[in-house]
Design a protein around this ligand. Structure first.
Ligand code: NG6
Ligand code: CA
Length: 512
């Protein structure tokens, strides 16, 4: 055989190999951090501490510079991730209270439903915060917590029901509170259960972390919370142990499903308040518990990646890492996040953070990694957590009915780093919802609409303050990513176009 022919055959061999080696149905792990800002990882510019495990994921995969979550608070982003629909279209999807009911209708075709249709085992581990139980009833803490994750498509769940600054501090698995002693029933409510019930107000001097606003009701583990509860003593966990538990349960799910395609939603509680990392992470950064919790989160990612390596699943698993909203410093506890911030820029180059319509509210870390299938590098394509439903359905060849996932775009080529990928041309950004506020990015133009003419200022200020702003502002993100110069007077035609597009997308009821 001549050399040219040999080379040609070798080349064909490689091509065929890579074509056939591509599994049609890779495992999928969506890792969502809580309140993690654009600048909060060393691969996104954090310079005063290191996140080596996520940096490795980014170095081997694709790091997005225009990756978004769909809202600047938790519940609406998670609602949109799982339903593929903008949360503002469904009133009642703002931050869920301790006794909130499930905000996703059971007949909605969800992301885990689509994965199940594709033959996947589906699981969710970590923070839920989408409510449990029926509308008008809420969670039956001592009985079956239905409807819940199982009823909307997850075969397996191991969860913290809301956020850890809300009561109760118990795990939910198998549609029940884990380790609940029927002789010590759990009661959760909004009113103080008895005059002598210790709270963050009456027993403030006993707290191991003081509160700054809200968060002054029932005390558990030396920390007072939002809401009241009694009972369920045996079922309660320590804040310090949450991350170890997420690793244990995520790894067990991966191990149990290693021979089938699986879809795991690992929803970390890091770095939401109360930021109480495990003792071994306390003090590892110069910034106090906020950044210590980031390092802890990074460790959990490393543990999961090691499990994939050990089970030889790395080349058959797509990992997507994202956040549920931008950063916040003082979110109700005196944990010195702001005092110890130093030069760290939690929102990177962007303005605003959690609760905000500015880029810092929703432009967050976004990394995709799939060894051998996603080229290493960075991408400036616009992608959003709301797109995972249509994109992952696209990946697995699962048809999405026209009426489902109404705002989820198939941006799979962008997520996989394909050369001709486009990503989104536009994106609506929302805050917690219900106030008529919107951000709208179209190409490099960004319009903000603050219906009440005030904006939340979360990152730089000590407490949550409101700043007076014009109803409409227009920014050029290519030249002014920090949204400092409002161009609405200079570019009335762009402002008009964006206002019209935004209004049309809102009125249409869907955008796919
Ligand atoms: C707010 C809480 C805040 C946090 C947030 C939800 C007060 C004063 N503030 O209402 O601490 O819990 O809700 O955060 O209570 S999220 O990331 O789950 O959306
Ligand atoms: Ca959050």
């Amino acid at each position: 055989m001549n050399r040219k022919k040999q080379l040609t055959l070798a080349l064909i061999g490689t091509l065929t190999l890579s074509a056939t080696a591509a599994p049609a149905k890779p495992n999928i792990i969506v890792i969502m951090a809580d309140d993690l800002g654009y600048g909060d990882l060393s691969c996104y510019g954090a310079a005063t501490f290191k996140t080596p495990n996520i940096d490795k994921l980014a170095a081997e995969g694709l790091k997005f510079t225009s990756g978004y979550c769909s809202a600047s608070t938790c519940t609406p982003t998670r609602y949109s991730l799982l339903t593929g629909a903008y949360a503002f279209r469904k009133p009642g999807t703002g931050i869920a209270p301790p006794n909130g009911h499930l905000v996703i209708d059971q007949d909605t075709l969800t992301l885990p439903d689509l994965m199940k249709k594709a033959g996947y085992q589906t699981g969710v581990v970590g923070k839920w915060h989408l409510g449990l139980g029926e509308k008008g009833k809420g969670p039956d803490w001592n009985g079956e917590l239905k409807p819940g994750p199982r009823e909307i498509g997850f075969d397996y769940h191991f969860l913290l029901p809301t956020t850890n600054d809300r009561v109760p501090q118990v795990y939910v698995t198998d549609s029940r509170v884990l380790d609940l002693d029927p002789a010590d029933p759990l009661w959760v409510g909004r009113k103080k259960p008895s005059p002598d019930h210790p709270t963050g107000v009456s027993h403030r001097d006993t707290l191991k972390m003081d509160w700054s606003h809200g968060h002054n009701a029932t005390i558990h583990n030396g920390i007072s919370r939002i809401g009241f509860y009694t009972g369920g003593e045996k079922a309660r966990f320590r804040d310090e142990d949450l991350s170890d538990k997420w690793v244990e349960k995520s790894n067990a799910f991966i191990e149990a499903n290693k021979d089938k395609p699986f879809f795991l939603f690992y929803a970390s509680h890091d770095i939401h308040v109360p930021r109480i990392p495990h003792e071994r992470f306390q003090g590892v950064t110069p910034h106090g518990f906020r950044a210590d919790s980031i390092v802890q989160f990074d460790w959990t990612v490393g543990k999961i990646m090691k499990t994939l390596d050990r089970l030889k699943l790395t080349e058959n698993t797509l990992v997507i890492l994202c956040s549920d909203n931008g950063p916040v410093m003082d979110d109700g506890y005196k944990d010195e996040a702001l005092e110890k911030l130093g030069e760290h820029k939690a929102a990177g180059p962007f303005k605003g953070g959690k609760y905000s319509l500015y880029e810092g509210g929703t432009r967050t870390p976004f990394i995709t990694s799939w060894k051998g299938h996603i080229p290493a590098g960075s991408s400036d394509k616009i992608v959003c957590t709301i797109d995972l439903a249509a994109s992952l359905a696209g990946l697995t060849g699962t048809p999405v009915p026209e009426t489902a996932c109404g705002d989820s775009k198939n941006v799979l080529p962008a997520l996989l780093g394909k050369a001709d990928a486009k990503g989104r041309s536009s994106l609506i950004q929302q805050d917690n919802g219900g106030r008529g506020n919107f951000g709208y990015r179209s190409g490099n133009w960004k319009l903000t609409k603050h219906a009440k003419k005030s904006a939340r200022n979360t990152v730089v200020s000590k407490t949550l303050t409101n700043t007076k702003v014009p109803e409409f502002q227009l920014y050029n993100l290519a030249k002014d990513p920090a949204e400092t110069t409002n161009l609405i007077a200079e570019h009335p035609e762009e402002a008009k176009r964006l206002k019209q597009e935004l209004q049309a997308l809102i009125e249409a009821g869907h955008s796919r």
